[in-house]
Design a protein around this ligand. Structure first.
Ligand code: RTP
Ligand code: MG
Length: 143
C-alpha cells in the first residue's frame, strides 16, 4: 500500500467541544502519524478559498460562516493509504448516515457541523497541504 499524506482539520465545533485529543487518539490508533499541525482561526476569505470547489453549492455561505466561526486545528497525516484511511475514520458527511465507530457518527451534531475535514483524493491532499503548510513545516519520522 502506498505511503500517503492527507490534510485533516478539526473544525470549529470539534475544537469548541474539546475533541482535539479524542480525534488525535483515533488517528494514532489507526497508525496515522501527525507530521505537521497548526491552530488558526480562519478568516472568511481563507474559508472561501479552502472550500472554493463548493462555491456554487447552496450550503456554501453557511459552510464559510461555520468554518470561520472559531479556531480550528489543521494537521498533515502520513501513513499507508492515508487519504482513504482518514476518510474511513471520519465516516460519511452526514453523521446520521455514518457508520458507528466513526468520528462523525460518534461525535458530530449535524451534516454541517461534522467535526472533521479530510482530503478526498491524493491530488486534492497535495493542494490542501500546500494551502496551510510550507514543505519545511512537515516533519516525517526519522525513526
Ligand atoms: P469535508 O470536505 O469537510 O471533509 O467533508 P466531506 O468531503 O464529507 O463533504 P463535502 O461534500 O466536501 O462538504 C464539505 C462540508 O460542507 C458542509 N456541508 N453542508 N448543509 C449541507 O447539506 C452540507 N453539505 C455539506 C459539511 O461541513 C461538509 O463536511
Ligand atoms: Mg469534501
Amino acid at each position: 500500500m502506498p505511503l500517503e499524506r492527507t490534510l485533516s482539520i478539526v473544525k470549529p465545533d470539534g475544537v469548541q467541544k474539546n475533541l482535539i485529543g479524542e480525534v488525535y487518539r483515533r488517528f494514532e490508533q489507526a497508525g496515522l502519524r501527525i507530521i505537521a499541525a497548526r491552530m488558526l482561526h480562519l478568516t472568511q476569505r481563507q474559508a472561501e478559498g479552502f472550500y472554493a470547489v463548493h462555491r456554487e453549492r447552496p450550503f456554501f455561505k453557511d459552510l464559510v460562516a461555520y468554518m470561520s466561526s472559531g479556531p480550528v486545528i489543521v494537521q498533515v497525516l502520513e501513513g499507508e493509504n492515508a487519504v482513504a484511511r482518514n476518510r474511513e475514520l471520519m465516516g460519511a458527511t452526514d453523521p446520521k448516515k455514518a457508520d458507528k465507530g466513526t468520528i462523525r457518527a460518534d461525535l458530530a451534531a449535524s451534516i454541517e457541523e461534522n467535526v472533521v475535514h479530510g482530503s478526498d483524493s491524493v491530488e486534492n491532499a497535495a493542494n490542501e497541504i500546500a494551502f496551510f503548510f510550507a514543505a519545511a513545516d512537515l516533519c516525517p519520522r526519522t525513526r
